[in-house]
Design a protein around this ligand. Structure first.
Ligand SMILES: [Zn+2]
Length: 116
């Protein structure tokens, strides 16, 4: 799994994250990496940056302004794919509702046991 530092080192030039971090679990880091790799081919203008990458309703949300159709397609694909990947550890999972919130977590992470 890619670390935040690796993502920042490789794609930092196209990131300007408002919290200075990714606002989601590291289980989605590889998906973020793959999405940014696709997105950098479609950067619309110099200085274009992504301000928000976060979890929203159990899905990965990559937010930006002045996005092209290609960029929106890539972020929508990532949103859909993230709903099949445990946000915490990266194994196959699905979105479940708990206490009124949506989470995409595998059964192990849902139980809160961490044995990796
Ligand atoms: Zn998990």
């Amino acid at each position: 799994m890619k670390t935040y530092e690796e993502i920042q080192e490789r794609f930092g030039y196209m990131l300007d994250l408002r919290m200075g971090q990714l606002e989601c679990g590291e289980g989605w880091h590889d998906l973020i990496w793959a999405s940014l790799e696709k997105m950098e081919k479609h950067i619309p203008e110099e200085g274009w940056k992504i301000p928000i990458i976060k979890e929203k309703f159990g899905a990965l949300n990559i937010q930006f302004h002045r996005g092209t159709m290609e960029l929106r397609d890539i972020s929508q694909d990532a949103e859909m794919l993230s709903q099949t990947i445990c946000e915490c550890c990266g194994v196959p999972a699905k979105t479940v509702k708990r206490d009124g919130w949506d989470y995409t977590l595998c059964n192990t992470c849902l139980k809160g046991d961490k044995n990796d």
